[in-house]
Design a protein around this ligand. Structure first.
Ligand code: OXD
Ligand code: MN
Length: 591
């Protein structure tokens, strides 16, 4: 008989109780704790995590409600090579996903899970993804032996009783099992079983691998369900742009991991663009469905931010600085002697001395970075001064523009607009980006990352493109589609565009295009701003020639680019929609 310590089973849902019992028999924890999501519970769990040395309580005067965590140095990012989509056939998962037959993977991972929680507590985390009452919201239950996961899920999702209330007696919930094991990369698997709406993650304690509501449910399983049910699960931020006249236009944008989605979602417009204001809906994931009025509506399924810390400062993201000033768990940043945190790119000078993310003494003369490049903050969205109140609207917000963007030091202009929906799908499908620290391996190399979904698409990428093309039929008023590149460099290796808040100037052009308030010039790639349509007033050291350089289209670079795109198209050939091949031909002809 399992001993229930404090949290009692708080549902009578038979499917839930049966499944939890089954997993308890498998993992054999000493205790089972059912989370209810209250403040009192969080306080107690935080105290327990501190007592066990899993968290360090930070200086509460400087950072009220903040805690510090160090992960195992072998476990600091998503591991794409250990991430599997377990569909019945390998074709269904497609060539861009690792695949194993469900039966085989269940057997392997149940073998690892068997008895893995002996001497430990199993936490039952019921959670809701999306605003309560939203037809787009989904329920998940994560079973984990990591208190760090419980505390993080409490911030990232609407966790606790609310999820059981929404579920009622239904059986429609995601079944997620997470076992830390000994955090050994050789026994690290993040396995998705889309047909069962189930996930098993073992051998890691890094957010992207273990906060199962996020990448696993909201994107991989979500994209699979979205295709079946007629909606889109996307790796996109969502924001509202308020104009000086007070109207709001909603935009969704897909950039690969660690390419500035959080900064863009919380952007502070430059002083010159008086009266313009950004409101955040979400910074990482959008679930989008056509509404009965023919527009595409989006919700943010999350309730918090799991953001990259290095580079966060009052210039790059003043709102995030405020977000992480309280109630935040910092993972793998540096720890100062007064129990505050530090990272490369923080405001102010570096500390004279601190402990780096591995706990070693660090000084500014040290060769290593003090904070891991993929160190993270986990913070509640309610801390965000720019949080849009509509974030809790069950209906979501109507999307007028979709922006795709990669990190490219050459080839791709600052901004261009697709000619139409299918052309926009082609632009998203062929997106390339230089890899970042958010995933293990390959940093800096250009890889195709279609719609920023390469690591997150739960089925064949060719079928995913087909789903995108088909969605158009159900969206009478489709969003306009754009592509941006904030990262293009000049011949000296300097960024051509100042980025951060100045991106508002580009966003303003996008919004104006959506409302037919500005014109554009036609190029081989798509529509681009006319000579004076991007407002450069107030930008220092930025002559119009620099914008022309950022917008330049080199035929030679584009021929090379199209050849690189072909590698992905060849890979996906069996399921690649013909429309995309036609788009490629049209582009070549225009060039
Ligand atoms: C993330 C990622 O953590 O994309 O959001 O890796
Ligand atoms: Mn992401």
């Amino acid at each position: 008989m399992i001993k229930q310590t404090s949290g009692k089973c708080n549902t009578s849902n038979k499917a839930v109780v049966t499944w939890v019992d089954e997993m308890v028999k498998l993992c054999k924890p000493d205790q089972v704790y059912w989370c209810n999501g209250t403040k009192t519970e969080r306080k107690a769990l935080l105290a327990e995590a501190v007592e066990k040395g899993i968290l360090i309580k930070l200086n509460q005067k400087k950072r009220p409600g903040c805690y510090y965590h160090r992960s195992n140095p072998n476990d600091v990012a998503r591991v794409e090579q250990s991430t599997f989509i377990c569909t019945e056939s390998q074709d269904e998962a497609g060539p861009t996903n690792n695949w194993m037959a469900p039966k085989e993977m269940y057997q392997k991972l149940r073998g690892y899970a068997d008895g893995s929680m002996r001497g430990r507590t199993m936490y039952v985390i019921p959670y809701l993804m999306g605003p309560p009452g939203s037809p787009l919201a989904k329920i998940g239950i994560e079973l984990t032996d990591s208190i760090y996961v419980v505390l993080s899920m409490g911030t990232m999702t609407r966790m606790g009783k609310i999820a059981f209330d929404e579920l009622g007696n239904e059986d429609d919930f995601n079944r997620g099992l997470h076992c830390m094991l000994d955090v050994n990369p050789d026994r690290r698997y993040i396995a998705h079983f889309p047909a069962d709406n189930a996930i098993i993650s073992v051998g890691s304690n890094y957010g992207g691998n273990v906060l199962l509501g996020k990448k696993c449910l909201a994107l991989r399983i979500g994209s699979y369900l979205g295709r079946q049910q007629g909606w889109l699960a996307e790796h996109m931020l969502v924001l509202g742009v308020e104009s000086p006249a007070g109207d709001k236009t909603y935009v969704a944008a897909a950039f690969p991991s660690a390419c500035g989605k959080t900064n863009f979602a919380m952007m502070m417009p430059p002083a010159h663009l008086k009266g313009w204001k950004i409101w955040t809906i979400g910074d990482d994931i959008a679930w989008m469905k056509p509404g009965s009025d023919g527009r595409l509506y989006a919700i943010n399924p999350e309730a918090g931010y799991f953001g990259v810390v290095p580079g966060t400062n009052s210039k790059s993201n003043p709102a995030a600085v405020e977000v992480i000033s309280r109630d935040t768990i910092f993972t793998n940043v540096a720890l100062t002697p007064d129990l505050d945190v530090w990272w490369e790119g923080k405001d102010g000078p570096p500390p004279k001395e601190c402990l780096d993310w591995k706990g070693n003494k660090w000084t500014p003369a040290s060769e290593e970075k003090a904070a891991h490049p993929n160190s993270r903050f986990t913070a509640p969205m309610i801390n965000n001064p720019l949080l849009a109140p509509e974030v809790n609207d069950p209906a979501g917000v109507p999307i007028r523009a979709i922006i795709f963007g990669g990190r490219r030091s050459n080839t791709t202009p600052l901004i261009y607009q697709a000619f139409n929906w299918v052309h926009g799908v082609y632009i998203g499908a062929t997106m390339g980006s230089e890899m970042t620290a958010a995933a293990v391996g390959g940093a800096g190399q250009v890889r195709r990352d279609p719609m920023a979904m390469l690591p997150f698409c739960g089925y064949h990428m060719g079928d995913y493109f087909r789903h995108w093309i088909n969605m158009h039929k159900n969206i009478k008023h489709p969003p306009r589609i754009f592509h941006v590149n904030w990262f293009r460099k000049d011949s000296q290796g300097e960024f051509l565009w100042p980025g951060f808040g100045e991106n508002m100037r580009v966003l303003k052009w996008i919004i104006d295009r959506c409302h037919a308030r500005t014109d554009a010039d036609e190029t081989a790639l798509g529509w681009v701003p006319g000579p004076d349509s991007i407002d450069l007033i107030g930008l220092t050291n930025f002559p119009p020639e620099r914008l022309a350089e950022a917008q330049a289209i080199s035929e030679e670079e584009w021929r090379r680019e199209i050849l690189m795109q072909d590698e992905l198209f060849m890979k996906l050939h069996a399921c690649l929609p013909k429309e995309l091949i036609f788009q490629r031909e049209l582009l070549l002809a225009r060039l």
